[in-house]
Ligand binder design. Structure first.
Ligand code: FPP
Length: 251
């Protein structure tokens, strides 16, 4: 593991990693336990991955913690997930402060239970000046909904003549996304063997490298993260250019 870390520290790191944390339910089922047991163990992975990112110098980490579709899950499961969020925020505030980590959220936060909203607002306020790693939790998040909101916000400005039609460009769209303060995603990871994006950051992953692993989220630990980053570093990102052009740029 030490060797692996030393190896990845030699290459260029993804500036922004986004993760679809999947497989908690299946992990629990394989152990004959209820689904919520998987979520509880998933929190340990969340902690390790945040720590791993901070340790090696990744600047932005965005986690898909709860999608707009997740509201359709059994009531007890939704309640447990929200309770886990609140208790984790309470427990981890000190660690976030000590490690200079800033908390941020994306999604329709006003749809979350009041306690969760309050706890999030508190941690966001207390960590707002931290600058080692920005941890963004996607909560009640759906990418299409985000894009619909952007269109509404921009249209309103055009109707009110605050913005001209010809002024609309990619930058303007970026500035109206929930992720307006974040750079594009460089590397997106999904655990548990599913090879889908599931309505996560559709605009923001335009040039991201995608990584799918069979490991279930509660088993995904620092070493798995470092292995994934090692693979990322060994891929060539061309942004539409030819290999020769990229080689020239790197000379
Ligand atoms: C997907 O597994 C996981 C989720 C929907 C929730 C992720 C939440 C946590 C890891 C805990 C709370 C988070 C924080 C930030 C404290 P799944 O239930 O879809 O698994 P399955 O596909 O095997 O059923």
């Amino acid at each position: 593991m030490k060797d692996l870390k030393a190896k990845i520290l030699k290459g260029s790191l993804p500036n922004h990693i986004a993760i679809i944390m999947d497989g908690n339910g299946r992990w629990a089922k394989s152990k004959g336990k209820p689904r919520v047991f998987g979520h509880k163990n998933g929190v340990t992975s969340v902690k390790e991955i945040i720590e791993g990112c901070a340790e090696i110098g990744v600047n932005y980490l965005t986690l898909y913690a709860f999608s707009t579709e997740n509201w359709n899950r059994p009531k007890l499961e939704v309640k447990t997930l929200m309770a886990l969020l609140v208790s984790s925020l309470k427990k981890e505030l000190k660690t976030l402060q000590e490690n200079n980590i800033k908390l941020n959220t994306i999604g329709t936060i006003h749809n979350l239970p009041e306690r969760a909203q309050k706890e999030l607002a508190d941690v966001i306020e207390k960590t707002k000046n931290n600058n080692r790693l920005t941890l963004t939790l996607a909560l009640s998040y759906g990418s299409r909904e985000e894009i619909v909101n952007v269109i509404k916000k921009i249209s309103k400005k055009v109707v009110n003549k605050q913005l001209g039609l010809e002024e609309i460009n990619e930058k303007i769209i970026n500035n109206h996304l929930y992720t307006f303060s974040l750079p594009d995603v460089d590397f997106m990871i999904r655990t548990s063997g599913e090879k889908r994006i599931s309505n996560f950051l559709l605009w923001q992953i335009a040039y991201a490298e995608l990584y799918f692993t069979n490991t279930l989220w509660p088993d995904f630990r620092k070493e798995n993260l470092f292995n994934a980053i090692f693979e990322y570093q060994n891929r060539e990102r061309r942004f539409g250019k030819t290999s020769e052009q990229i080689e020239k740029l790197n000379e």
